[in-house]
Design a protein. Structure first.
Length: 218
């Protein structure tokens, strides 16, 4: 793809974020139980706050199973844009969509969202703890992640699940590790991004994206 074609695609992406600079976060039932909503459509909600992230967010709903009631709080700030009111007081299965929060994206979040569209993203195969392979971690320690070039088939990450370590191989196009989305040893949900890889010829485009967003968004 030529740089001119990339520019056209890039302008389309920027235009989309200008017209709708929000993330729509769907909230699902964490397990089966009876639901009682604590918010209404249009309610403003806050995410976790405090210096040590010790203040929980706004209560969204209470779910009761076997007489044990659990309040689920918001992880993000925004407005409740839709609410499945008909489920209030009803028994629902795990995974049932209950409501959606319309979250206004900050400049940094817009950059990250766009990068996740243009980088090659390696997702977590399962919910587990993840570490870089010893070789990759050594190179990151010496010169930083963006000095590390990865190739298709490279063993770059180790997945640690139930005391068993499994290598994770890179399957995308060659490039540098541009973005890392986990801290080694942290538990990562299945499907969540682990890292984003950028072919070296696309680096000027990535820098242009970051510069434009920083300049154009408040």
């Amino acid at each position: 793809m030529s740089l001119a074609q990339q520019d056209i695609q890039f302008d389309e992406i920027l235009s989309r974020y200008r017209s709708d600079p929000f993330d729509y976060v769907d909230i699902h039932a964490v397990h089966a139980g009876q639901v009682r909503f604590l918010v209404e459509e249009g309610s403003e909600v806050e995410g976790v706050s405090g210096e040590w992230k010790h203040i929980p967010g706004t209560g969204l709903f209470e779910i009761t199973r076997e007489r044990n009631a659990k309040v689920i709080t918001s992880k993000t700030n925004g407005v409740v844009s839709s609410l499945n009111k008909e489920l209030d007081g009803e028994f629902v299965e795990a995974g049932t969509k209950l409501l959606t929060i319309k979250h206004p994206l900050k400049k940094k979040e817009i950059i990250e969202s766009i990068l996740q569209e243009v980088l090659y993203i390696l997702p977590a195969p399962e919910r587990a703890r993840y570490y870089f392979s010893m070789d990759v971690q050594s190179r990151i320690n010496q010169k930083g992640a963006r000095s590390v070039v990865v190739q298709h088939g490279d063993e770059i990450i180790t997945m640690s699940l139930m005391k068993r370590d499994t290598p994770v191989y890179y399957t995308g196009e060659p490039g540098i590790i541009h973005s890392v989305y986990f801290k080694p040893g942290d538990s990562v949900d299945q499907g969540a991004p682990l890292m984003g890889v950028c072919p070296e010829e696309k680096l000027p485009l990535i820098r242009k994206i970051i510069t434009r967003v920083k300049a154009e968004w408040e």
